[in-house]
Design a protein around this ligand. Structure first.
Ligand code: HSE
Length: 449
């Protein structure tokens, strides 16, 4: 039997933190504050022995606590006193080199870096497998929500059918404010930046790239396929107009930036885009900077995971969960461990990612048209010819046009499901009609039932 005295006599797990920003400091703080409970769970203590920070003076609190602080993170990945490297510096160049060096030196790696794993995951997981070390990344997806653990272990009995998530807090905050306060995108983006939600350069957030990084990792784990960020279809929220949020609401929907990955007979869908979601769905009611992921498994049905997707201590919570896993299983053979991407590395299948034109979805369409006889009949005629069926429709006076421009009106339609390529062909015909006065707005809609 494994007594608690045996457990406490096991050697500590020694960490090197690459980067001591907000998350690094939080990892240290939570490990210190909860050290007793964490070591009772892990069976050994977890200690920060080294940390790197370019500004050594700013690292004084850690140095005062006995941590060896260095300016060069490369000193950590080659130091024999470090068992696990915790990579928190971000980016895909220096971080990639450091992680690969750490692996080559036989160290386990825990990282919060979704961009690194989304872009270089295949290389990194392969190197880790060959070196017999763990690469763990709970903190890389949806911050403090244990979604990787849930997908990889809790739902392991299931054939997962699809998952959909709000996995970028900045954009969810922006969309929530646009809806509740009727503000436009640019105004809310400035608020998000002043509140510290959005980065000074928020491109990855608002263009959907950050969400696609996280989605590519979840898709791999859900379906046993390689990480395929490069094949994801990505649209952000920069083009989203506040009036579409209002019209969607009148039709019973909210617009969210969703990451969706779905198994269909011909392959896998992997897409990030703004999406109408029925207002009564829990996911539609995830507001502000919160994250949530819905997973549909064949045995379990629908499950929902909700929480903070960013921030120092929520992210530290996920990092430390990985560290406890490493403390428990670090020296077991690779076959005895939970595989990094849930499926055994030799059991991954190269399922194709469908081009967006082959994705089948329902759509929201907004058309600015001349308000005259026959216009609607012409439009619906084109849709009918392509076999596109209308589910609901609104006609609203266009408020943003001056009187001199004549009678204009907004037609807002929801379609039934259609292949995107088919819809695009029909919309090209519609756009060419002289009575269609502005670019047609087209958003996807998911019932998530
Ligand atoms: N920028 C991210 C977000 C933080 O807004 O959710 C964590 O990836």
């Amino acid at each position: 039997m494994h007594s608690s005295s045996e457990a406490s006599s096991r050697s500590p797990l020694r960490l090197g933190l690459l980067g001591i920003g907000n998350v690094g400091q939080s990892v240290f703080d939570v490990l210190t504050r909860n050290q007793d409970e964490i070591s009772r769970r892990a069976g050994r203590s977890i200690e920060v022995v080294m940390a790197s920070r370019r500004n050594l003076a700013a690292a004084k609190p850690l140095a005062d606590a006995g941590v060896r602080v260095v300016a060069d993170p490369a000193d950590i990945v080659r130091d024999p006193s470090v068992d696990v490297v915790v990579e928190l510096i971000g980016g895909t160049t220096v971080a990639r080199d450091l992680v690969l060096q750490a692996i080559a030196n036989g160290k386990h790696v825990v990282t919060a870096n979704k961009a690194l794993l989304a872009e270089h995951g295949t290389e990194i997981f392969d190197a880790a497998h060959k070196a017999g070390v763990v690469v763990a990344f709970e903190a890389a997806v949806a911050g403090g929500i244990p979604i990787i653990k849930a997908l990889r272990e809790g739902l392991t009995a299931n054939r997962i059918q699809w998952l959909a998530g709000i996995i970028n807090g900045t954009t969810n905050f922006i969309l929530s404010e646009m809806r509740s306060k009727g503000l436009d995108f640019a105004t809310v983006l400035k608020t998000a930046q002043s509140l510290g939600y959005a980065e000074a350069d928020p491109t990855f957030d608002i263009e959907g790239v950050d969400a696609a990084h996280k989605l590519a990792l979840m898709s791999a784990i859900a379906f046993g396929v390689p990480v395929q960020f490069d094949k994801a279809h990505i649209e952000g929220i920069t083009q989203l107009d506040a009036q579409d949020i209002r019209y969607a609401e009148q039709l019973g929907y909210r617009i969210k930036l969703l990451g969706i990955t779905k198994r269909v007979p011909t392959g896998i869908e992997l897409r990030v885009h703004p999406c109408l979601v029925p207002s009564e769905r829990l996911l539609a009611n995830v507001e502000g900077a919160m994250n949530a992921v819905v997973v549909q498994g064949d045995a379990v049905g629908t499950t929902l995971y909700y929480g903070k997707g960013a921030g120092g201590e929520p992210t530290a919570s996920a990092v430390i969960a990985d560290l406890v896993d490493v403390a428990r299983v670090g020296n077991s053979s690779a076959l005895e461990r939970v595989p990094a991407l849930a499926f055994q590395p030799d059991a991954m299948v190269p399922t194709p990612v469908l081009p967006i034109s082959d994705v089948v979805s329902a759509y929201y369409l907004r058309l600015r048209v001349s308000d005259e006889a026959g216009v609607l009949a012409n439009l619906t005629g084109v849709l009918a010819k392509s076999g596109i069926s209308i589910d609901a429709m609104l006609q609203r006076e266009a408020h943003d046009v001056s009187g001199q421009e004549g009678n204009q009106t907004d037609l807002v339609m929801l379609t039934h499901e259609v292949r995107e390529g088919t819809l695009d062909e029909a919309l090209a015909h519609i756009q060419a009609l002289p009575t269609v006065l502005a670019p047609v707005v087209r958003l996807r809609k998911e019932e998530l039932a």
